[in-house]
Write a protein that binds this ligand. Structure first.
Ligand code: MG
Ligand code: MG
Length: 280
C-alpha cells in the first residue's frame, strides 16, 4: 500500500517559505480555538478562517480541493475527518476537530487540532483523555523523525504512545488506518503516506529537507470508518467520538522544525528530548 517511494527534500530557502504557510495555518487554528463557542455554526468558523487566511495574503488550500466547499474541515463528535462546514450549530460539550490548510507563494501548510466546545469544563472526561492522548501521540510521532531512520518510525511511536495512554486510562483507543499522514510541499498531499501505526516495511528513509504532515486520527471505540453520502465526511463505524491532531514538520540540518506550530515545536520537542532545529 505504501511502497518504498523516495522522500523528496526541500532546500533551506524552500523550508523558510513553507514556514510562512505553516504560520498562517497555526495562527488560523489559534483563532479558531479562541473563537469557537456554543451556538456558533461550523460555517461561521469557516468564514472567519477564510477571512483570516486571505488577510495574511495566503490562499485556503481546502477550498475547491476536488470540489470541497470549505476553508476548514470541521468534524464533530463521531465525525473523524473531512467534515464540511455548514449550518450545524455547535453545542456545549461537542468534540470538534478543526483542520486547516493554506498556501503562500505556492507552498503548503496543513494542521489540525481537537477541542471541546465550551472548554474543558464542559467536556466528558473520556473526550479530554482522547484529545490529549491523540495530541501526545502526534508529538511522539513527530519526535520519532530522525535523519537516516525509517519514516515509519513515526507510526510505531504514535501507536506505542496510544497504547500506553490507553493502559493508563483503562481503555483501548482505535487508531484509524483508512486515513494517514503524507508528504507535503508544493502540493498539500504528496508521497509518501505516513501511517499512524506500526508496519512491517522499512519504508522511506528520512533525510535533511524532508517535510511531512503527521496526523493521527483516534477514536474511543472501533478504528473502522464509514464515508457519509456527502462523499467527504468520515465517521466512526460504531458512533464513538474521534479526535484528530496534525502538524506539518520539516527536518532541517539542525533538527526538527514544526512549521505549523507557532513556537516551531520548541516546547513539546524539548520536553520529549528531541532536537529543535529551526532555520532563520
Ligand atoms: Mg489536514
Ligand atoms: Mg493532512
Amino acid at each position: 500500500m505504501f511502497g518504498r517511494s523516495r522522500l523528496d527534500t526541500k532546500t533551506p530557502d524552500q523550508l523558510l517559505r513553507m514556514r510562512r504557510a505553516g504560520l498562517v495555518v497555526g495562527q488560523t487554528l489559534q483563532l479558531m480555538a479562541q473563537t469557537v463557542r456554543p451556538g456558533m455554526t461550523t460555517r461561521q468558523l469557516d468564514e472567519l478562517a477564510e477571512e483570516h487566511i486571505r488577510g495574511c495574503g495566503a490562499t485556503p488550500s481546502f477550498l475547491g480541493y476536488h470540489g470541497f466547499t470549505g476553508s476548514l474541515c470541521t468534524s464533530v463528535n463521531e465525525e473523524v475527518v473531512h467534515g464540511i462546514p455548514g449550518g450545524r450549530v455547535l453545542e456545549q460539550g461537542d468534540l470538534i476537530s478543526i483542520d486547516c490548510g493554506a498556501i503562500v507563494d505556492g507552498w503548503h501548510g496543513d494542521a489540525a487540532l481537537s477541542l471541546v466546545v465550551g472548554g474543558r469544563d464542559a467536556a466528558r472526561p473520556e473526550d479530554l483523555e482522547l484529545i490529549d492522548a491523540t495530541e501526545d501521540s502526534m508529538w511522539a510521532g513527530i519526535a520519532a523523525l530522525a535523519v537516516g531512520e525509517s519514516l515509519y518510525a513515526v507510526g510505531a511511536a504514535v501507536e506505542d504512545s496510544l497504547v500506553e495512554a490507553g493502559e493508563r486510562s483503562g481503555r483501548e483507543y482505535g487508531i484509524v488506518e483508512d486515513y494517514v499522514g503524507h508528504g507535503i510541499g508544493t502540493e498539500m498531499h504528496q508521497d509518501p503516506q505516513v501511517p499512524n501505526y506500526r508496519v512491517r516495511d522499512r519504508g522511506p528513509t528520512v533525510r535533511v529537507g524532508t517535510t511531512v504532515a503527521i496526523e493521527p486520527m483516534v477514536t474511543l471505540g472501533s478504528a473502522e470508518t464509514h464515508l457519509l453520502e456527502d462523499e467527504w465526511t468520515v465517521i466512526t463505524a460504531d458512533g464513538s467520538r474521534a479526535a484528530h491532531w496534525e502538524n506539518t514538520v520539516a527536518v532541517t540540518e539542525h533538527g526538527l522544525w514544526v512549521l505549523t506550530a507557532l513556537d516551531g515545536g520548541e516546547e513539546r520537542l524539548s520536553a520529549l528530548g528531541a532536537s529543535y532545529g529551526p532555520l532563520s
